[in-house]
Design a protein around this ligand. Structure first.
Ligand code: NAD
Ligand code: DAU
Length: 357
């Protein structure tokens, strides 16, 4: 079936991989990338696919309800894959309001627009919902923090701790509420930490790669024993493709890497691999490791049980962490101009305030 899919946040890290996956795999689909191009959005991330005849771009702020409705009326999407968000936990601690606006209000604006054009909100007719789907892309952070044992499943109770995760939890609840109240056809994915090309260097892995290359300190929050479950971003894009097409209406799917690392071990691994690539003496980059003030409300451990998506849809990560990390490091080494561009402007100002004791 031909489809027109609006992908929000398509100029960001994960969104750009989702746009690429859909635009290249489904030449019959029209892919509309709807993005406000905030500090995290970069059309350079799509330069290899933006010439494709089935790709379109609309610069829209999802907080602008009218603009969102107009763009939905213009393109008449059959599906929405919603990734646009404020995504960085540290920024949410510094300024929670932006997270409420984009992540909560922006999501509701998209749901309202989808309902309006699909369901004819004025009459309540459900006919228009046939063949339609709203895929909400969310995070494992909504489940809170684990101790040293156990995993998040789809049935784990929500327990967000940061303004970021609280805003994502609220958006998840709205998507489910629109399903239960108005019959909105939806699926929801909660994914663990992604890494890979185009990752904005405010997050741990790209920040450390950037700082190792430039001989800058590697800030480790607290004792560095915090644990994350890392997934290569292209495997997340493939999971979204599967769930969007084959997930059960109204269902949620956890997506994870089966790949837990304590931050300190991960950063040491990056140092080791980059010493080799940069021709440095073993142990050189590790000297950049600097323990800094902890993140307030820091969640100790995230770990996803991804057995549902594995059993029901046959998804499993296609690359090992070793392969994914090597591809990621190579990409950053080969794209230092991209790195220099995104780290100019306000970037340094943000980091100068971030790491002050
Ligand atoms: P990102 O910060 O790299 O990109 C976000 C994109 O959204 C940018 O292109 C930005 O311009 C756009 N955007 C922000 N505010 C907007 C607005 N008001 N209107 C329109 N566009 C706007 O984020 P990411 O890391 O690619 O994450 C994408 C999604 O996946 C988010 O919803 C995030 O919660 C979720 N997620 C991320 C991870 C991760 O590890 N990065 C893991 C699980 C889930
Ligand atoms: O779990 C999924 C989430 O992963 C996504 O929903 C978020 O959008 C994404 O940003 C990410 O959140 P984290 O807070 O886990 O990612 P971050 O890269 O910011 O931090 C990873 C770990 O590293 C965390 O324990 C904090 C720590 N850290 C981070 C930075 C930026 C440091 O020790 N030093 C740092 O400089």
């Amino acid at each position: 079936m031909k489809q027109t899919i609006i992908i929000t946040g398509g100029a960001g890290f994960i969104g750009s991989h989702v746009v690429r996956e859909f635009a290249t795999k489904y030449p019959d689909y029209t892919i509309v990338n709807l993005d406000a191009l905030t500090y995290a959005g970069n059309l350079e991330n799509l330069k290899d696919v933006d010439h494709l005849p089935n790709y379109k771009f609309e610069k829209i702020d999802i907080c602008d309800a009218q603009a969102v409705l107009e763009v939905f009326k213009k393109h008449q999407p059959t599906g929405v894959i919603h990734l646009a968000a404020e995504s960085h936990v540290d920024r949410s601690i510094a300024d929670p309001s932006a997270f409420v606006m984009t992540n909560v209000i922006g999501t509701v604006n998209l749901l309202n627009a989808a309902r309006e054009i699909w369901n004819d909100a004025s009459t309540g007719s459900a006919k228009g919902y046939e063949g339609k789907r709203f895929h909400h892309v969310s995070t494992d952070e909504v489940f809170g923090a684990l101790g040293s044992e156990g995993f998040f499943t789809e049935d784990t109770k929500y327990d967000p701790h940061s303004p970021y995760s609280a805003s994502k939890a609220a958006s998840d609840h709205f998507v489910r509420a629109y399903h239960d109240t108005y019959g909105m056809p939806m699926v929801l994915t909660n994914c663990s930490n992604n890494y890979g090309p185009n990752h904005f260097p405010e997050k741990l892995i790209p920040l450390c790669i950037h700082n190792i290359i430039n001989n800058k300190p590697l800030p480790i929050y607290g004792d560095g024993k915090y644990t994350r479950d890392w997934l290569f971003v292209i495997d997340h894009a493939k999971a979204i493709d599967l769930v969007f097409h084959q997930g059960k209406n109204g269902d949620c799917y956890n997506v994870g890497g089966f790949n837990e690392w304590q931050n300190i071990d991960l950063v040491k691994e990056l140092c080791q691999q980059l010493d080799t690539k940069l021709g440095r003496e073993p142990g050189t980059s590790a000297q950049l490791i600097t323990f800094v003030k902890d993140r307030p409300g820091h969640d100790l451990r995230y770990a996803i049980d991804a057995n549902k998506i594995n059993k029901e849809l046959g998804w499993y990560p296609s690359v090992t962490f070793e392969q994914g990390l090597a591809k990621t490091i190579d990409w950053f080494m080969d794209n230092q101009e991209w790195l220099n561009n995104v780290t100019s402007g306000d970037y340094q100002k943000y980091y100068d305030t971030q790491y002050q004791e």
